[in-house]
Design a binder for this molecule. Sequence first.
Ligand code: ZN
Length: 162
Amino acid sequence: MQGNTHIIGGITASLAFAQISNDNPLVLVGAGVIGALLPDICHSGSKIGRKFPIISKTVNSLFGHRSFTHSLLFLFLIWMLLHTFIPYESISLGILLGMASHIFLDMGTKKGVKLFFPVSISVRLPLTTKTGSKVEKVVFMLLTMLSVFFSYEMIVKLIDTV
Ligand SMILES: [Zn+2]
């Protein structure tokens, strides 16, 4: 999936979670966007890969694309790192939500992801599409609509409590 689809995926996941948690929604969403871009560090042409070309090329040559950085193992390691170094639960949660949304969306591509890395099976959803396809644009639109809906719900809740 493309960077923009991942960004809106991270926003949607964070906003959905914000409905059921007391975390600051803005913090969740900000961290969610970072988390949503993080797994594509394995791809030098991605938004994050272009920002950190050396790390990106190294990760890519070591593991390949949609492999280690799209796995439960990577999710777990990042969780451990955040747990150790970031004292703000909302930031950690947002990043993990964003990452999870990224991995889930990439499971909707034909190539799938190596979810159980180092086990090299590709995991994909029953329905898949190509990156940049019309279907991806529809997914983007649906996620945007969901985000608007969740934001609206939150604003209404906020007004009710005033
Ligand atoms: Zn990816």
